[in-house]
Design a protein around this ligand. Structure first.
Ligand code: FE
Ligand code: FE
Ligand code: ZN
Length: 278
């Protein structure tokens, strides 16, 4: 029986080794973290010694498939040139930082086209990826499925598929599915077979590399993007248990993102591990 790969968002304030120790303390065997302040800006210098310690902790405790998160304020398809340029600079720098911990994932929000329209938005995201992906030597970049709030790109699987199709070299490009986001976007998770079948038809299941496992504060199709703790929202524990047990998600990392204390995350991890049938 394969162990469920699950973890949560961890604070980077104590460095990499601290994140490794935090993960161990809550029985997580993967985790997510922000590559830099989520509001953007300069990132803390990475210390090689800290990374070495982390790599040893990760190896000893089977911690892998980390899902680093780009700052959510980056907008790769803004109508403002300087905003797009900034997103590109930050992502290029993040790719260098990801090389310290090879073999992991880096996910980002495709962005909001801010009134330019979907077509221009998609083209700008593709142009950014064409510059960023060749620098990602040992990292797989993941587009996140979005709730379709405002002018957000990525609320439909077709939009992500079109980005992937147009990118020149898409071999290290995948998708991170956020359960709260797709629910809010209108995908009915009561019929998981149908959702994953549709994802397979449109994007291809081989591109599905990670799942953000969140409940939602809103009913299906609300286009709101307000996360809720597992079992306390409209999606509910039964559906989320079905997600971790579905054959389409076997072996991929699940990340709890709804803000919580470490102890709260520990309980959520235990809850889902108990629901996992292997
Ligand atoms: Fe996200
Ligand atoms: Fe997410
Ligand atoms: Zn969200």
């Amino acid at each position: 029986m394969e162990k469920l790969r699950i973890g949560c968002h961890l604070s980077t304030s104590g460095g990499y080794a601290q994140m490794g120790n935090d993960a161990v303390s809550i029985n997580a065997n993967t985790f997510a973290f922000f590559t830099r302040n989520p509001r953007g800006g300069a990132a803390k210098e990475i210390e090689a010694e800290d990374v070495d310690k982390f790599i040893a902790i990760a190896k000893a405790n089977d911690i892998k498939n980390l899902v680093a998160h780009a700052p959510y304020t980056l907008n790769p398809c803004s109508s403002t040139d300087s905003t797009r340029e900034y997103a590109k600079e930050m992502m290029l720098d993040d790719m260098k930082r990801m090389e310290y911990t090879p073999g992991n994932y880096y996910n980002f929000h495709p962005g909001s086209h801010t009134g330019q329209g979907l077509e221009i938005g998609i083209q700008e995201i593709v142009e950014l990826l064409d510059e960023v992906l060749p620098t990602a030597k040992n990292t797989t970049v993941l587009l996140e499925t979005m709730a379709g709030k405002g002018s957000e790109v990525g609320g439909r699987f077709e939009e992500l598929a079109e980005i992937i199709r147009r990118v020149k070299n898409n071999s290290n490009l995948g998708v991170c599915m956020d359960t709260c986001h797709i629910w809010d976007a209108g995908y009915d998770l009561h019929d998981l077979d149908k959702v994953f079948h549709e994802f397979d038809d449109v994007v291809g299941l081989e591109r599905l590399k990670a799942i953000h496992i969140n409940d939602s504060k809103n009913p299906i199709g609300a286009h709101k993007d307000r996360h809720e703790k597992i079992g306390q929202g409209y999606i509910g524990l039964d559906i989320l248990s079905n997600v971790i047990n579905h054959e389409a998600t076997r072996g991929i990392p699940f990340i709890l993102e709804t803000p919580n204390e470490l102890d709260g995350y520990k309980q959520e991890i235990e809850l889902l591990r108990n629901k996992y049938k292997g």
